[in-house]
Unconditional design. Structure first.
Length: 194
């Protein structure tokens, strides 16, 4: 007995979608790590140079990533290829989380992405940062229920985006901000290269 073409395909669809998602995640992860390494932001002295305002590589890479991401996600959203999942703006959690993140970055000289890139290129000192990430994640998980009742409620502004906060259409805001950031990069490059 032969199976009709297409029968049984719907049962396999979720498994194929899950496999495709995993493959895409791994591919984009490798690409991201490669670009971090090629950009130099997996190198300890470059990261410390940024914290000391002596090397602007990290700012250049981050601003470039923001422009590409902002324009790319905005275009994908415009053509209904992605759905935005806006997380609530919670000032208490953002400020406290930023302070903890900044302190960790200043102490170890790596952030999560750069630590992984540094480890991938053989910088074994990044293992301390990775261990800190594991411990920090565990501590957060242990206290997350209490944090949801306290810190995560402080300054809850809801699902806030720049276009809604400024009352400017996204079609106008994205090119304006992207253009301003590109101009900033050009000025920074001109000043740093002197």
């Amino acid at each position: 007995m032969t199976k009709a073409v297409g029968s049984g395909d719907t049962a396999d669809a979720p498994a194929r979608l899950k496999l495709r998602t995993v493959i895409q995640g791994v591919a984009f992860g490798f690409a991201f790590g490669f670009l971090l390494q090629k950009g130099g932001v997996g190198t300890y002295h470059i990261l410390i140079g940024q914290l000391l305002f002596q090397d602007w590589t990290v700012v250049k890479v981050m601003v470039t990533a923001i422009v590409v991401g902002m324009v790319g996600v905005s275009a994908l959203h415009h053509f209904d290829m992605v759905k935005l999942h806006i997380r609530p703006t919670r000032l208490g959690a953002n400020i406290l989380g930023g302070l903890v993140f900044g302190a960790g970055f200043a102490l170890i000289g790596y952030c999560p992405g750069t630590a992984a890139a540094a480890l991938g290129q053989g910088s074994w000192d990044a293992l301390f940062g990775m261990a800190g990430l594991v411990v920090g994640s565990w501590v957060y998980a242990e206290f997350s229920s209490r944090l949801k009742q306290t810190v995560e409620r402080w300054g809850d502004l809801g699902k806030l985006t720049l276009d809604t906060a400024l009352h400017v259409p996204r079609k106008l805001l994205v090119p304006t901000v992207a253009g301003t950031l590109v101009l900033f990069l050009a000025i920074l490059h001109a000043l740093v290269e002197r």
